[in-house]
Design a protein around this ligand. Structure first.
Ligand code: GLY
Ligand code: MN
Ligand code: MN
Length: 441
């Protein structure tokens, strides 16, 4: 793997340099200065919160655990890494830089955080400094110029070959762990124990994962971001929804699967229908496809499933129009993915900024742009039985076209979500998640 990454890295870095050159020119800056960041601390305490590196920093090199480090790039020059290895016996000191990327950087090792300033360009007013406020070092305060960030964020949506290789590995790690979790579910384990099985297989700590695992048995699947992890197994585990990812050098996988117990045949039928629909949506991840349109299309298809399986008795069009489909599918079809699980620029109009509005009635959609090659998106349709939303639906005129006997019988299963990570290409989409499950089988 590292041979492949070594081969792909120089082009990746060249691409980033070219983007930085253009972004700086737009903003009228001469240097790009990127803070890795520093950990936040708990209120009134000296306990650090888990460190999460600035995505701009880890875009340039596969280093995610170097708080207090910086990258300085001036067009025409080799990028410089200012690398903090503190004299510290309380915490792990980041390892000496090693690997395929090192030769591409000029590296300055510092032992104190404030020593970074001596390596910054002298004219701070000519620097675009990217980072969180708490990374400020004296007069060097992150200014995060919008013109520069908009340009970088826009172009970050187009993954380099190196980044696609990273994402393929993250997906493989995730798929392997998903299989372990499914086995734990089939063995009747608690949510807590399933999560442990997942962590053992993915070989990452919870803090290293790109987001908190959602491990939901039975009706917990109806809580979209359920993260409680019951310690005791339920008397009957009828259904299992797992939304859990993996991280490879700062790149995220974001995968959801839903399983039915062997005895839950009707629920399996609904899973199968959502699964087939989801594959259809993945198939439409093509250059030129607008994502918001795909989201609305997904509503119609899911409403069609609800009608076919006799949950609702109205046309898919009227179910979407009246908001009935949103009671069962109340989140977005997906979002861009990469260095962040919800990657930036999902609404951006062009490289100068701007915003493309969501379609009315779809407040949680995170992606309204038109797909192009090298974008990576999730496709994650769902059908849920959420008491709060069903209660609201019951008070609408459309309630008379809902088969409440069937809907009520499905509340115990919580819900279904099936989520894959998909690369838009010049041709057929590449399904990172399904490919990874196939390889893990
Ligand atoms: N796991 C968060 C999401 O699917 O967006
Ligand atoms: Mn997602
Ligand atoms: Mn997810």
């Amino acid at each position: 793997m590292s041979d492949l990454l070594a081969k792909l890295f120089p082009n990746h870095l060249r691409t980033l340099q070219a983007r930085a050159d253009a972004a700086l020119a737009r903003g009228g800056f001469d240097h790009l200065v990127i803070a890795a960041g520093v950990p936040r601390h708990e209120f009134l305490d000296d306990r650090p919160a888990p460190f999460v590196a600035n995505p701009h920093f880890k875009h340039w090199l596969p280093v995610t655990k170097a708080p207090g480090s910086w990258i300085v790039y001036s067009p025409g020059n080799k990028p410089k890494l200012i690398y903090l290895q503190p004299r510290d016996y309380w915490h792990v000191v980041p390892e000496a830089p090693a690997g395929y990327w090192v030769e591409h950087f000029e590296i300055a090792i510092i032992e104190e955080a404030h020593a970074a300033g001596a390596h910054f360009p002298k004219t701070l007013e000519h620097c675009a400094i990217v980072g969180e406020d708490n990374a400020a070092l004296g007069d060097a305060r992150p200014n995060n110029p919008e013109s520069v960030l908009n340009y970088l964020h826009w172009h970050r949506s187009y993954k380099t070959d190196y980044e696609l290789a990273m994402l393929r590995v993250a997906s493989k790690l995730g798929a392997r762990a998903h299989r372990a979790a499914e086995a734990a579910f089939r063995a009747g384990r608690s949510e807590y124990d399933i999560n442990t099985a997942y962590l053992n297989a993915v070989h990452e700590t919870e803090n290293e994962l790109p987001y908190g695992n959602i491990i939901a048995l039975n009706q917990h699947g109806a809580i979209l971001h359920y993260t409680d992890l019951n310690r005791a197994p339920p008397a009957h585990a009828d259904s299992f929804l797992i939304d859990a990812g993996a991280n490879f050098h700062g790149y995220a996988a974001d995968i959801t699967r839903t399983y039915a117990a062997a005895h839950a045949g009707a629920f399996q039928e609904l899973i199968d229908a959502v699964d087939a629909a989801q594959r259809g949506f993945v198939h439409k991840v093509r250059s030129g496809q607008n994502y918001a349109d795909l989201h609305v299309h997904a509503h119609r298809v899911l409403a069609g499933i609800l009608r076919e399986q006799d949950f609702i008795r109205m046309s898919p069009e009227s179910a979407v129009e009246s908001g009935v489909s949103s009671a069962f599918f109340p989140h977005g079809l997906g979002h861009m993915l990469g260095l962040q699980v919800h990657d930036v620029a999902g609404f951006q109009k062009d490289e100068t900024g701007g915003s493309i509005a969501r379609p009315p009635g779809h407040p949680y959609l995170r992606f309204t742009r038109t797909l192009e090659p090298r974008m990576v998106t999730t496709i994650e349709p769902g059908i849920y039985f959420i008491d709060l939303l069903l209660g609201e639906l019951k008070n609408k005129p459309q309630a008379r076209d809902v088969n409440w006997t069937k809907v009520d019988a499905f509340r115990r299963y919580g819900g279904i979500r099936i989520e894959d990570d998909v690369v838009c290409t010049e041709g057929a989409p590449e399904n990172l998640s399904r490919d990874a499950f196939t390889a893990a089988a």
